[in-house]
Design a protein around this ligand. Structure first.
Ligand code: HEC
Ligand code: HEC
Length: 284
């Protein structure tokens, strides 16, 4: 009996310690600051570039989280995890557009770091890191051009249990700044062409890998899409129909935001890239 009591007391202390550890480690991640000098990106003003920026904001799925007017909205609302709002990006009251400098935009989108130097949460900067100067410039130009919307949103609130889960399982997915080599050489931006490189670029900036683990959508021999043709892939991205006639809900996969804002050549490039992805069990 006494042994049992000692054992349970020990367990309780251990649990208390792990809880304290996860809370502290989460707090450290939240408060950690990064000293990153944003690259200088020219923000163009022409109408054509702004139109291109509007397309890229949909392709990059910014509108999926920040809303079609970019005024922000709830992104995660879960009693165990907490409440997280995607920020209001406009120049309205409560919008970050009022106070952001060009460098702030670059640092936030490409590095996942806010003006206070801390990692933002969730916004998938690890993928936007690859954005070329030209495309990033167009995106910022478009965001600056959207009508201001007054909407004050609360700061992220992450519940104690959410902090435990995040710390134990996937902290880097929550703090994108941790995933990025901020001082490394910038990856080369491929030219817009029907090429594997440009296809990979598009797959990155449109977040395919957030939902599909690397090779789940491989079209290489042995991959799940090996029997698909280029035309099958294009119709999935434009009408949401898979090669065997199944409809993929736009709620599950925002194919329309991506497919309707890319050209046919862009989709061909993406298909070329999927054909190079190693099949899931090929050992590569
Ligand atoms: C999966 C959802 C998601 C996607 C996709 C997303 N964001 Fe975010 N974004 C967020 C959340 C949530 C925050 C709030 C982060 C915080 O408060 O720490 C945020 C914050 C930001 C901020 C910082 C604003 C501030 O409060 O200082 C900028 C700038 C931003 N996002 C731009 C973009 C752009 C541009 C895109 C597309 C290229 C994009 N985001 C795509 C969820 C998302
Ligand atoms: C927000 C999550 C999400 C994103 C982002 C996303 N997908 Fe999907 N995708 C899904 C889901 C979920 C399904 C399965 C839908 C179903 O089973 O009905 C799917 C299905 C597919 C299929 C069909 C697979 C099959 O075997 O029938 C292909 C191909 C595909 N996605 C490619 C892509 C590509 C390429 C991108 C990036 C351009 C992408 N997806 C981005 C969630 C996503």
């Amino acid at each position: 009996m006494r042994r049992l009591l000692t054992l349970s007391a020990g367990l309780i202390v251990l649990m208390g310690l792990s809880l304290a550890f996860t809370q502290l480690s989460f707090e450290w991640r939240l408060r950690r600051t990064y000293d990153v000098e944003a690259e200088i990106v020219v923000i163009p003003t022409g109408e054509a570039t702004i139109a291109r920026g509007r397309e890229l904001v949909q392709v990059g799925l910014c509108t999926e989280c920040h809303g079609s007017n970019l005024a922000g909205r709830i992104s995660i609302n879960d009693p165990t995890l907490g409440q997280i709002y995607a920020s209001n990006l406009t120049r309205g009251r409560g919008g970050v557009g009022q106070g952001y400098s060009d460098a702030d935009w670059v640092r936030a989108i490409r590095h996942g770091i806010g003006p206070d130097g801390r990692s933002l949460v969730i916004t998938p900067a690890q993928f936007y890191y690859y954005l070329s100067d030209e495309d990033l410039g167009a995106i910022i130009a478009y965001i600056k051009s959207v009508p201001p919307v007054d909407k004050v949103l609360p700061a992220p609130k992450i519940a104690p249990l959410g902090r435990v889960f995040i710390t134990l399982f996937n902290p880097k997915d929550w703090f994108p700044a941790e995933k990025i080599d901020h001082d490394g050489r910038r990856p080369p931006a491929p030219e817009r062409a029907i090429s594997v490189e440009y296809g990979e670029y598009l797959a990155r900036i449109s977040n395919c890998l957030v939902c599909h683990q690397a090779a789940d959508i491989s079209a290489a021999t042995g991959g799940p899409l090996a029997a698909w043709s280029e035309a099958d892939f294009i119709s999935l991205m434009i009408i949401g129909m898979t090669s065997n006639g199944q409809y993929v809900s736009g709620e599950l996969m925002p194919w329309w935001a991506i497919g309707h804002n890319l050209s046919e050549d862009d989709l061909k490039a993406m298909w070329l890239y999927l054909e190079t992805l190693p099949a899931p069990d090929s050992g590569n």
